[in-house]
Write a protein that binds this ligand. Structure first.
Ligand code: CAA
Length: 259
């Protein structure tokens, strides 16, 4: 089915898919339909062997200004629990392929949480990050209190979550929330360059490496090391491992097939 609030280009560049959030009048506010479309697109791209890396973007003015406040305003606690919007987020989090957020303008509330759900963030100089839910009488619900705290530390996360203030792209870079900051006309290109570097690698290895890094958030060090080791051993079942190591020994570029 044609999506209404996102556009999907499976081969924007070789092996790189682009998803653009496309609800510009509402600053890409994340309503339930948009999030469902995003989940479905990511599931489909995960299954597409030609796609190795996915870039998620918005537009110059807004990556996303948060969950859709108008859709939530009249809801009660039981309505919210029944809708269970965060099961969609859980599925998005389970995307296997590397996911890069290319962020310009507002990345607020659920928008900041969505960027943090991605594996890396490339920001334009105009990007602003924040968790302003406190100003509308609630708090982050899509991982903000957890991911922001892990990314920038307790003191800074506490200040952002309790005051709702925004930080600039440069501050986000200094605090380790984003990978790089570039002029606004370059942010998508810069994200594509990063994606292209990763797309050259064995897609099996990148997916297992991503899974292992993410495991660091969810386990003790010894469990994480054990998980990493299993994935490391498993990669020796791939043709790409033979190709990569032989190419090194033969002093040539590897040609990874994802097998
Ligand atoms: N939900 C619904 N609509 C939104 C929205 C949101 N999160 N953010 C912006 N919009 C709409 C505005 O209502 C406005 O629509 P109308 O033209 O129909 O009035 C349109 O987008 C443009 O917005 P503004 O006129 O407000 O633009 P601005 O440049 O003056 O301000 C802004 C921009 C500072 C981002 C401001 O829109 C704003 O504060 N937005 C809300 C940010 C927010 O609180 N986000 C958290 C949401 S809750 C959440 O995300 C929970 C969670 O953890 C999952």
């Amino acid at each position: 089915m044609q999506a209404e609030f996102i556009t999907v280009t499976p081969q924007y560049r070789k092996h790189i898919a682009l998803i653009a959030l496309n609800r510009p009048k509402e600053l890409n506010a994340l309503n339930l339909q948009l999030m469902g479309e995003l989940r479905d697109a990511l599931v489909a791209l995960d299954e597409d062997d030609e796609v190795r890396v996915i870039v998620l973007t918005g537009n110059e003015r807004a990556f996303a200004a948060g969950a859709d406040i108008k859709q939530m305003a009249g809801k009660g606690a039981i309505d919210m629990a029944k809708v269970d919007q965060f099961s969609t987020w859980d599925k998005i989090k389970r995307t296997k392929k590397p996911l890069i957020a290319a962020v310009s303008g507002f990345a607020l509330g659920g928008g900041c949480e969505l960027a943090m759900t991605c594996d890396m963030i490339v920001a334009s100089e105009t990007a602003q990050f924040g968790q302003p839910e406190i100003k509308i009488g609630v708090m982050p619900g899509a991982g903000g209190t957890q991911r922001l705290t892990r990314a920038i530390g307790k003191a800074r996360a506490m200040e952002l979550v309790l005051t709702g203030k925004f930080i600039s792209a440069q501050e986000a870079l200094n605090w380790g929330l984003v990978n790089r900051v570039v002029p606004v006309e370059m942010y998508l290109q810069s994200a594509m360059e990063l994606a292209a570097e990763i797309a050259q690698m064995s897609p099996i290895a990148t997916q297992m490496a991503k899974e292992s890094v993410n495991h660091a958030y969810e386990s003790s060090l010894s469990e994480g090391l054990y998980f990493e080791r299993k994935n490391f051993y498993l990669l020796f079942a791939s043709e790409d491992q033979k190709e990569g190591m032989n190419a090194f020994i033969e002093k040539r570029q590897p040609d990874f097939k994802g097998k």
